[in-house]
Design a protein around this ligand. Structure first.
Ligand code: DAH
Length: 336
């Protein structure tokens, strides 16, 4: 092949390349150390001396042309490749395999609330809600907690900074506030549970958090007695924790119930031991509370109870540190 033919072939081949691989193959074929131009250079040595000069300069020109054309082809391809890379096909499946694919799930607190409301739903309770940002009337006053009561200490509650003269607002410290919200808007018979967040400035440790969840229960109707309360709590505990648990009531005091009690659940363990665990507070709705919301305590009575949801979730799943519930470490959350 003479130099003219070589150049012609090279141009023709280059004009047809469409991929980086083809450009590289071209480089090897023509410009490589064992390529056609190298071979053409070797021809120079065996030419008669009078032809060497002419052939040599022509060879240099051809080499230069092929090199330039090659450089251009390579650059042009790079640009086009760059352009295609920038287009992302969002319909492509991800690279992650389905074994590594973890769909989200409800947080364990949420799961516990769902289980509780479902269970109380079967016992005839509907779900009520109230605001987390409350006034003192609903969080304290109407619940028979007077102004001087230690529970209202600003150091034990999250009060909002308010303009002077404005009515104080606070993050509710108990879901009992929802009792008042419901009784203001609903006439007996009332049968509700109210799950939700409550806030207290406690120092965080394994059993305390400045935010946690409670579920409140309230029943107001004619002829409601303490037997109804005890039956309700006992049925709930057996349905939720298992038929083998027992419940007991200890006299206690809450401003909004009279009489008041705390209730415990006894868990039996495989090794034959058992343990009483405090679960919540309860009592018969104080007549003062009913009067405040314009319900006649001579005609209606009621019972109420409140329990901590974290405590229930932790007990049910053997979790020993409340902080795990709020750190949201996926390694923890994915176990439930
Ligand atoms: N609100 C109480 C607390 O946060 C719990 C409680 C006790 C709720 C007795 C009630 C009740 O409804 O009757 O400690």
């Amino acid at each position: 092949m003479n130099l003219d033919e070589l150049l012609e072939h090279a141009q023709k081949e280059l004009s047809a390349v469409t991929s980086a691989d083809q450009v590289e193959a071209f480089r090897i074929k023509y410009l490589g150390t064992k390529g056609l131009l190298k071979a053409a250079g070797d021809q120079l040595k065996i030419l008669p001396n009078d032809q060497k000069r002419q052939y040599g300069s022509k060879l240099n020109a051809v080499k230069q042309t092929v090199q330039n054309s090659y450089d251009q082809a390579k650059a042009g391809l790079g640009q086009r490749a760059g352009a295609t890379d920038a287009r992302i096909d969002i319909t492509e499946p991800g690279r992650i395999s389905f074994d590594d694919y973890h769909p989200g799930s409800l947080h364990i607190i949420h799961q516990t609330i769902d289980a509780l409301t479902e269970l109380f739903g079967r016992m005839g309770f509907s779900v009520a809600q109230g605001p987390e940002l409350e006034d003192e009337f609903h969080n304290f006053e109407a619940l028979n907690v007077p102004r001087q009561h230690p529970a209202r200490d600003p150091l034990d509650n999250f009060y909002l900074q308010r303009p002077s003269g404005a009515a104080p607002l606070m993050l509710r410290s108990q879901t009992s506030s929802v009792q008042i919200r419901v009784l203001e808007s609903q006439k007996p018979p009332v049968r509700i549970v109210a799950p939700g967040r409550v806030y207290r400035p406690d120092t965080v440790d394994a059993t305390h958090s400045f935010m946690f969840h409670q579920i409140e229960g309230l029943v107001v109707d004619q002829h409601i007695t303490m037997v109804d309360l005890k039956t309700c709590i006992d049925q709930f505990a057996k349905a939720f924790f298992g038929a083998d648990v027992e419940t007991r009531f200890r006299p206690s005091f809450f401003p909004f119930t009279e009489p008041s009690a705390e209730f415990d659940v006894r868990f039996h363990y495989a090794d034959g031991t058992s343990k009483w665990v405090e679960l919540g507070g309860c009592g018969m709705v104080d007549p003062n509370v009913l009067q405040t919301v314009h319900i006649d305590p001579e005609q209606y009575t009621g019972f109420a109870f409140g329990l901590g949801i974290e405590r229930i979730a932790m007990r049910k799943h053997g979790i020993e540190d409340i902080r795990l519930l709020f750190e949201n470490d996926v390694r923890f959350l994915s176990q439930f």
